[in-house]
Design a protein around this ligand. Structure first.
Ligand SMILES: [Zn+2]
Length: 65
């Protein structure tokens, strides 16, 4: 089964983690929708960004491993 993934920094180039370093989070799932749900949750909780506004950006960054 292929794994889909998207890097937080590929989408939000200025996103920083809690130590002030570029965020290295990678959302992974077996489906695009799973990746999007994971990333929406991540940017909402870690970066205080409304992930629902970024669904299309996330979709554009999804790659298949
Ligand atoms: Zn992040």
């Amino acid at each position: 089964m292929a794994i889909q993934f998207a890097r937080c920094n590929a989408m939000l180039s200025l996103a920083l983690d809690k130590q002030g370093r570029p965020c290295r989070y990678v959302a992974k799932a077996e489906t695009d929708d799973g990746v999007i749900a994971d990333m929406v949750n991540h940017i909402s909780t870690e970066h205080d960004i409304d992930g629902d506004d970024h669904v299309e950006n996330i979709r554009a960054c999804i790659k298949t491993h």
